[in-house]
Design a protein around this ligand. Structure first.
Ligand code: C5P
Length: 226
């Protein structure tokens, strides 16, 4: 049970967890819009932390330095229509946090207990009326174990690499599919094997494999469950 005075437990949470490229980001965003609920993109929080590590020149191996920085850093999300801007020290870094190298560093520092501990409170504060769709790796297992509904979205590493390849290509970035596939596999291993909050479905999660489904089909499935 989560304790603390600031968490309105009566506010419902839908947790959407899964590996990168499983479609959980798109699904969570559409679901939050559909329900008129708040959205927590916890991956963006880890990416912002990674960017703050780079900006402040913190040694990624210095656990206490990382923890103090993650506790004190000035990060914010600003909703502008259907788009959410990520701010670090007041500057818009929405595009920079999506860079592959930032994702890789995010996944490395996410394995550090002090960093995860520093981000717990920040994530739980998103639980505000009328409800919250929380997208991440440990939403249903650690951050919101009392979530009303837990969805675990997965897909084969091959298809996730192809989706990511298309996304980056559409953005005009030069990418290599084989390298992306290798990075996705490496990130899966890191996320699944870390000691703290490893990526795994909660016992009461509904598992959806999106390997052979398009985003519309996944969304319809999720809405059916909701
Ligand atoms: O989901 P996204 O790719 O943006 O997340 C970046 C990294 O942050 C992930 O690879 C994962 O290691 C970490 N992360 C996490 N727990 C979360 C969300 C993200 O460890 N709840």
């Amino acid at each position: 049970m989560i304790t603390g005075p600031d968490y309105p437990h009566e506010v419902e949470v839908i947790a959407v967890d899964g590996p990168g490229g499983s479609g959980k980001g798109t699904i969570s965003q559409r679901l939050a819009e559909h329900l008129g609920w708040n959205l927590l993109d916890s991956g963006a929080l880890y990416r912002l932390t990674a960017l703050a590590v780079i900006k402040n020149n913190v040694d990624p191996k210095d656990e206490s330095g990382l923890q103090s920085m993650a506790t004190a850093m000035d990060i914010r999300f600003e909703v502008c229509g259907s788009h959410t801007r990520a701010l670090l020290d007041g500057s818009d870094v929405s595009d920079r946090i999506r860079l592959e190298e930032v994702g890789v560093l995010a996944s490395k520092i996410a394995a550090i207990a002090g960093v995860r501990a520093a981000l717990v409170e920040r994530q739980r504060r998103f639980r505000q009326p009328p409800g919250l769709v929380a997208d991440g790796r440990d939403m249903g297992t650690v951050i919101f174990p009392d979530a009303k509904l837990k969805i675990f979205l997965t897909a084969s590493a091959e298809i996730r690499a192809q989706r990511r390849y298309k996304q980056l290509k559409d953005k005009g970035e030069s990418v290599n599919l084989t390298r992306l596939f290798r990075e996705i596999k490496a990130r899966d291993v890191r996320d699944q094997s870390r000691r703290i909050a490893p990526l795994r479905p909660a016992e009461d999660a509904v598992i959806i494999d999106s390997t052979n489904l398009n985003i519309e089909e996944v969304f319809n499935k999720v809405c059916g469950i909701v």
